[in-house]
Design a protein around this ligand. Structure first.
Ligand code: ZN
Length: 200
């Protein structure tokens, strides 16, 4: 193996090793798996990786990930725009969608208040949420931030921002074990948590 080949292999192993849950051993195994795969398979993966950065953007209304201006939920006339469910990440939205019980819209913060990580109110899309609530006749905002210290703090902060708009604020029922992350909760638990939501 020449040094150039070694360099390319090391580079891929290094990049794969940056992914969550992938240690050096797994990164090396994946690299060798890809080295042994045919050209089309590997290029399909490369194209898929490029596509998530080149064609996916944030919905201009709810900040969900989308390929168009508006995401599939915001542009679906069967969804109720008067109810907005606030989540931390697109993966939380995906978890709630898997529960098949929610028919409203979403607002994706892309984070939660975490002062130690420099995540302040200005990094979240809270201003945009306030504008939506003020302009669009929204009746209910459901806080579906994670049941963690930071998730709860974020929900509390948002409720203080929305106070005075007259919107009803609710919180997912505490069927979810404290500290559990929405994305790992099963569909029935999430459906129950939505069903049993209560006033904030
Ligand atoms: Zn949207």
């Amino acid at each position: 193996m020449d040094t150039q080949a070694q360099g390319a292999i090391a580079r891929l192993t290094q990049e794969l090793g940056k992914l969550p849950g992938i240690g050096p051993k797994t990164a090396e195994r994946l690299t060798h798996h890809l080295l042994g795969s045919d050209r089309d398979t590997v290029l399909a993966l490369a194209d898929a990786l490029r596509a998530i950065k080149e064609s996916i953007r944030r919905c201009r209304q709810c900040f969900n990930l989308t390929e168009g201006e508006l995401c599939s939920i915001c542009s679906d006339p069967r969804r109720d725009p008067k109810v907005i469910c606030v989540v931390e990440q697109p993966r939380d939205l995906a978890a709630l969608e898997r529960a098949h019980s929610y028919r409203g819209h979403y607002h994706v913060l892309h984070g939660r208040l975490a002062p130690l990580e420099n995540m302040g109110p200005e990094q979240l899309n809270v201003d945009a949420l306030l504008r939506r609530v003020q302009q669009a006749g929204v009746q209910e905002v459901i806080m579906a931030t994670n049941p963690t210290l930071e998730g709860d703090g974020t929900a509390l902060y948002i409720s203080s921002v929305l106070t005075g708009t007259g919107v009803t604020m609710t919180r997912l029922a505490r069927g979810l074990p404290s500290g559990s992350v929405l994305e790992f909760a099963n569909a029935q638990m999430l459906a129950d948590a939505l069903e049993g939501r209560r006033t904030f």
